[in-house]
Design a protein around this ligand. Structure first.
Ligand code: FPP
Length: 289
């Protein structure tokens, strides 16, 4: 094994696998996976906290509290299988604008508590936390906690956990377009320079690969303004399970399902022969009646 010098300590350049730390049921699913084709980036729309609470005649906030518990289980599994990127839709711009102030305040308190209580666990799991969204619009005490957690985990080299907070994909694209326009105005960019890469570089996710797999809990067949640009070719997996009941096991099952899909990126599938159209008459376009 080769070693690299990192600050004062010497650590292995490739960290040993932590798959043996998975609970037994998760190990069973993991063993069925093709480890050569694991996704690099999984993004999750966490939905159903309110319904989870409603089914138990509990207040909605208790659903959010259980939802925060579920987050840590899933992050732990992600880190054990060495998933490079996990992105969680934790608080949308629409949540911020359309939910009662009392619920928004509770979610902000929960986020602070989550960060305060889990940074140690993130460090134990080599997880680095970061954020996407219009986070400068969040309350300053929340921003302080976010910055603290980001700095406290900045040296970790395992899973990058990205929380989407005060996030909306359309406003992300608006922010990218504004940045392009500013560079054109300042003479740093010409119209002809604008291409997909140029837009990609200005998204909040510029330094991450696009999600391979997007998971939505609670059965809703919607994308809800999440990563609209980045999920152009992502595989989508929807489960009826409500977010507070979602665990690493279910993420591994989603990955298993993903591995059964054939990703075509607009091309033909493996082994599909293209028709030879060269011998057809030139006017063979419409089916004759
Ligand atoms: C949807 O439940 C979920 C959210 C509003 C965002 C997700 C929030 C959490 C998982 C809790 C906190 C997260 C962290 C990272 C601390 P919903 O209220 O829309 O559920 P419903 O559709 O059943 O009403």
């Amino acid at each position: 094994m080769c070693y690299v010098r990192l600050r004062a300590s010497v650590v292995p350049a490739t960290s040993p696998s932590r798959v043996h730390e998975l609970p037994v049921d998760e190990q069973a699913v993991y063993r069925r996976l093709d480890t050569e084709r694991l996704p690099r980036h999984v993004a999750i729309i966490m939905d159903g906290n309110g319904r989870w609470a409603g089914k138990r005649m509990l207040k909605r906030f208790l659903g959010h509290q259980q939802g925060a518990e579920a987050v840590q289980y899933v992050v732990e599994t992600a880190s054990r299988i060495d998933l490079p990127y996990l992105t969680l839709y934790a608080f949308s711009l629409e949540n911020n604008l359309r939910r009662p102030k009392s619920e928004v305040n509770f979610l902000m308190r929960l986020l602070r508590a989550y960060l305060g209580n889990n940074v140690q666990r993130m460090n134990d799991n080599n997880v680095r936390i970061r954020y996407i969204g219009r986070t400068l619009e969040l309350p300053s005490e929340v921003q302080d906690k976010m910055r603290w957690a980001e700095e406290a985990t900045a040296r970790n080299t395992g899973t990058v956990l990205t929380l989407a907070l005060n996030y909306g994909a359309r406003s992300e694209i608006v922010d990218a377009v504004r940045s392009v326009c500013a560079d054109i105005r300042d003479g740093k960019l010409g119209i002809a320079d604008i291409d997909e890469d140029e837009i990609h570089r200005r998204l909040y996710t510029a330094d991450m690969p696009d999600p391979d797999l997007i998971i939505r809990t609670s059965g809703e067949m919607r994308i809800s303004n999440f990563l609209l640009w980045q999920i152009a070719y992502s595989e989508i997996y929807v489960t009826d399970r409500l977010w507070p009941d979602f665990r690493g096991l279910h993420m591994l099952e989603a990955i298993e399902d993903y591995q059964r899909r054939e990703r075509r990126y607009g091309g033909l599938g493996d082994g599909t022969e293209s028709d030879d159209v060269s011998s057809l008459p030139a006017n063979t376009v419409l089916v004759p009646r």
